[in-house]
Design a protein around this ligand. Structure first.
Ligand code: GCO
Ligand code: MG
Length: 402
């Protein structure tokens, strides 16, 4: 059996997506997601110019060997562009294997560990009251776990706040929008938000919050401590994680659970965090961290240290990633939670899929492979539209972490 083509499809049904379609001489094809928000063309070019030619003529059943060939064989290991490309190939190959076997992906991995997959949705609002109302809306929709982000008094554009209803898309302009950040205002405000949410909704709903890399380790420890009475499910990305040792300072000062890893590309980005048990949840995804093949390795390593999975699932990960993720979550023994930011109707139409949300949980389907396809004719109607992520500066103009 041979790979005959590896084609890249770029489409923008409301937001940009890069999709890889691997075709074989037996008519079976597989789909992989290669979307890297704000850097879509870099991955598309990497795939088209450098990776696709390496695949032609290879046996698509040799997933592990192709993974090793692309990772070890590229010499330039790691990095979001290279690993998003490798992930797309790997996801497409697992899709092909599932179709050949006539089995859904979770069966290939070892079968079901659970009946359904707990997921969390995104509630956000310009003000505290708006955010409380948004959380209420998610509870009405059946969500049991909800991430809450709010506008902060005195900060004009806070991370995570949607302009429209339900769909938050940070990549909002061809050139990065400049936002202003103020740590003191943020630290004063956030505990009041969660105090109010517990008052309104009681102990039952799981509440999450994304700090989005804005704090120093000591500030993150202060926030974690202040949030302890409100029992968060997790505090995400409290500080940038290039220096994994920084998390010791947070861990030793607060019991608020910590989740990290949506931008990680390999196990090496998380190794110190996991083996020291400085985090509770690892957020690596099928798309960013080497596909099913490598994500499985990370999850197995994490399980030795009682670290559970909590994969990234923002809208910039296409339904292809979401489909593969729900299969992975259905199997992975040390599953924690799955982020689920619902896609727009236009996006769902371009990517027909059989996973579904019901009653606060996601369910994967039984179709062979990961169960997500692409309607190429429809995709062609939505041409690529340049959009980059914002940047943040302190009030004096200093560049900060967005
Ligand atoms: C999350 C993420 C996203 C990112 C986005 C960047 O937790 O869902 O932080 O909101 O900002 O995926 O492309
Ligand atoms: Mg995040």
């Amino acid at each position: 059996m041979k790979i005959t083509a590896a084609r890249v499809i770029v489409t923008c049904p409301g937001r940009n997506f890069v999709t890889l379609k691997i075709e074989t001489d037996q008519g079976v094809y597989g789909i992989g997601d290669a979307t890297l928000n704000g850097r879509e063309k870099a991955v598309a070019t990497c795939l088209e110019e450098h990776v696709a030619p390496l695949l032609i003529g290879r046996d698509p059943q040799r997933i592990e060997d192709i993974w090793q060939f692309l990772y070890r064989g590229s010499y330039w290991r790691r990095g979001p562009v290279q690993l998003s490309a490798v992930s797309a190939v790997d996801t497409a190959l697992w899709d092909i294997k599932g179709k050949l076997a006539g089995m859904p992906l979770y069966q290939l991995l070892g079968g079901r560990s659970r009946e359904r997959v707990l997921c969390y949705g995104h509630a956000n609002g310009e003000t505290l009251d708006d955010t409380v109302a948004a959380v209420g809306k998610y509870i009405d929709l059946g969500y049991r776990a909800i991430r809450a982000q709010s506008g902060i008094p005195g900060i004009e554009k806070a991370y995570g706040i949607a302009r429209g209803e339900m769909h938050y898309e940070p990549a909002d302009a061809a050139l990065p929008t400049e936002t202003v950040w103020d740590t003191s205002k943020y630290l004063r405000f956030v505990p009041t938000l969660f105090e109010r949410l517990r008052e309104e909704f009681g102990d039952e709903p799981e509440l999450l919050h994304d700090v989005h890399h804005r704090l120093t380790p000591n500030e993150a420890a202060q926030l974690g401590k202040a949030l302890e009475p409100h029992r968060l499910f997790w505090m995400e990305d409290p500080t940038p994680a290039e220096n994994q040792d920084a998390f010791r300072l947070i861990r030793e000062r607060t019991t608020t659970p910590i989740a990290v890893g949506e931008i990680f590309n390999t196990i090496w980005d998380a190794k110190t965090l996991i083996e020291n048990q400085w985090i509770d949840y690892i957020r690596t995804t099928v798309l960013r961290a080497g596909g099913i093949t490598h994500l499985r390795r990370i999850a197995d390593f994490a399980s030795l240290y009682q670290v559970r999975t909590g994969s990234h699932g923002a809208t910039d990960l296409s339904p292809v990633t979401m489909g593969a993720a729900v299969h992975f979550d259905t199997w992975v023994p040390n599953f924690g939670i799955q982020e689920y930011m619902r896609h727009s109707e236009e996006t769902d139409a371009v990517f027909p899929h059989d996973y579904r949300f019901e009653d606060g949980f996601l369910h994967c389907g039984e179709a062979p492979g990961h169960g997500v396809d692409i309607d190429e004719q429809l995709a062609a109607k939505y041409p690529y539209k340049p959009a980059q992520l914002p940047v943040a500066r302190l009030e004096d103009g200093t560049m900060w972490n967005w």
